[in-house]
Write a protein that binds this ligand. Structure first.
Ligand code: FAD
Length: 443
């Protein structure tokens, strides 16, 4: 092993703020203990290198370890530092793009293919929690909520479509049915999915990382990948202070990968979304969400919320195209929470944080190959808790020679953002204003 010189590309890659410390979130404050993992400072050789310590990378690495590969994971900050350690923790069975949308854009065959896959991600999560005894406050069921009759009608159609794809765990709720789960006057109806659920997202990521190590995998943290060199018989992953020479690599940096792989930069756009956590609510929590379900509404820019294990309301929403953090997260999100639960108007907000997801133009996540030996997956468009786990399994299967599902996903064409990199933010904002207006007026 020899020490390698820093790559010339380092100057183009933004470094992590706060040295890759977790943001000041409820999740970071209540996380399980984790080891301080080393930074890569040597040149090493390994069979497979996975870049990114979020669910996509962790699921890929763990499925590969379970099939006896030699794997190294490189994470620029810490495990779960990105969206996977900051998200709403909601197990939503489905992609952001609806099956109707997939059918109209990509045909019946692709819709059928996705339809028979979308509940698998949630099963993978439950299997990993059970097999590796991951302590992450898992709870059952989620609700899709409609704020007006137009949304409820759409939800009825969607429900019929889900049923036609064999998803029988879901049932329609009217206004009174909703109030058994959510003590709010805001909703006219919804759908409960008995196979949905919620959990502590950072603790799931930390548990998956521990499982990879238990199986003999190696994880380097604070190890920023700055470049990739492609050769016929190997791949070289260049980090700031070392290199990994491997037979195959999987790129799972999602919204945070930035400009490391220019070919991926234009395929997705970083978008930030924010969450606030109230102080613990005691008995009031059980009054507001008596069955402890998690909830998201069906608007384009949606509210999503649930209770934490210590009975805080974790309330999320908002989007900033381009991925910046708003200057005052509480001022932005709190009014949305007060609208749904006026009882929370005066409670203290203990934590407020923001995180980036990767939006694809079609809202269908993407996987593919950059080279014979380099795979990637990203673009879950804000609904990636289950999708990233599913994609990790599909990527591992592909590396193991079972490429059927990988090939089908890889063939779904990706659609560039109108206006390219320069104009995609303003164009997307205009689009979202239109959808927000539709949501508001119930058109
Ligand atoms: C606030 C928020 C709420 C959300 N709520 C939900 C929800 O309730 N349900 C749901 O289904 N989805 C939700 N999502 C989306 C979901 O969290 C993501 O789709 C999913 O976690 C993506 O996982 P990932 O591993 O692909 O990306 P990430 O978790 O972002 O992981 C990527 C990792 O790669 C690392 N990385 C990037 N570049 C480099 C590099 N050059 N070198 C080394 N490492 C690098 C990053 O540091 C990061 O840790 C939410 C997202 C956010 C931000």
């Amino acid at each position: 092993m020899s020490n390698s010189k820093p790559s010339n590309n380092t100057r183009n890659i933004p470094h992590y703020s706060d040295n890759g410390q977790y943001p000041d979130s409820y999740y970071a404050a209540s996380r399980n203990p984790k080891p301080d993992r080393p930074k890569l400072e040597n040149d090493i050789h390994v069979e497979i290198c996975v870049v990114g310590g979020g669910y996509s990378g962790l699921s890929t690495a763990l499925h590969l370890m379970e099939t006896d590969h030699e794997v190294v994971v490189l994470e620029g900050a810490q495990i779960g530092w990105g969206a996977s350690g900051r998200n709403g923790g909601q197990i939503v069975n489905g992609l952001n793009a609806s099956l109707e949308k997939i059918k109209s854009s990509y045909g019946q065959q692709n819709a059928d293919f996705v339809g028979q896959l979308v509940t698998r991600g949630g099963k993978i999560i439950r299997r990993l929690i059970k097999d590796y005894d991951i302590s992450c406050d898992l709870k059952e069921k989620n609700i899709f909520a409609a704020l007006n009759n137009g949304q409820l009608k759409d939800l009825q159609k969607t429900h019929a479509l889900w049923e036609s794809h064999g998803m029988h765990d879901r049932e329609m709720l009217d206004k009174y049915g909703m109030q058994e789960h959510i003590k709010s006057e805001a909703y006219v109806g919804g759908v409960i999915d008995h196979s949905g659920g919620h959990f502590h997202p950072l603790n799931l990521a930390l548990g998956e990382a521990a499982a990879i190590e238990l199986r003999g995998g190696t994880i380097y943290e604070n190890t920023l990948v700055v470049d990739v060199e492609y050769a016929d018989d190997h791949i070289k992953i260049i980090t700031e202070f070392g290199t990994v020479t491997c037979k195959q690599a999987v790129m799972c940096g999602n919204a945070y990968l930035n400009k490391v792989i220019p070919k991926l930069t234009d395929r997705v756009m970083p978008v930030s979304t924010q969450i606030i956590a109230t102080e613990p609510l005691g008995d009031l929590a059980d009054k507001l969400l008596p069955t402890d379900v998690c909830v998201e509404d069906v608007r384009y820019i949606l509210d999503y919320y649930r209770l934490s294990a210590d009975k805080r309301m974790l309330f999320g929403g908002g989007t900033v195209y381009g991925g910046q953090d708003p200057s005052d997260i509480t001022a932005k999100i709190r009014p949305n929470m007060n609208k749904i639960f006026p009882e929370l108007r005066d409670v203290k907000i203990d934590y407020a944080w923001s995180g980036n997801f990767a939006l694809s133009f079609s809202r269908v996540p993407q996987m593919g190959k950059l080279h014979d030996r380099v795979f990637f997956a990203h673009g879950y468009s804000g609904h990636g808790v289950t999708g990233s786990h599913l994609f990790g399994q599909i990527l591992a299967d592909a590396i193991n020679g079972n490429t059927k599902e990988f090939d089908t996903f890889a063939k779904i064409p990706w659609i560039p953002f109108p206006g390219g990199r320069a104009l995609r933010v303003p164009y997307s904002m205009m689009g979202s204003w239109w959808y927000a207006l539709k949501d508001k007026t119930g058109l």
